[in-house]
Design a protein. Sequence first.
Length: 88
Amino acid sequence: MPGSGLEIDVDSRQSPRREIGSLFPSEVWWRDRYHDIEAQGYRLRPRYQPDWRPSWKESGKDFFAVEDGQPTIVSILHLGTSTPNDFI
């Protein structure tokens, strides 16, 4: 507050900046368990694969216009009964 003698370092309270379209902290949990979930017969979206590369960086599309640019929608695909790209 001005005149109070109390200085606050605003930057120290903020989280590190996240690149637009990158994983949110809540999505990192899914990425970190990708192989364990797959071993149980399920597959997460491409966005949660440990070696994921954002498709929009190569395609030139906007991140919000591609499936893997949409955050925090955790869909699971059952490998035994679903076809590729059929998210449930």
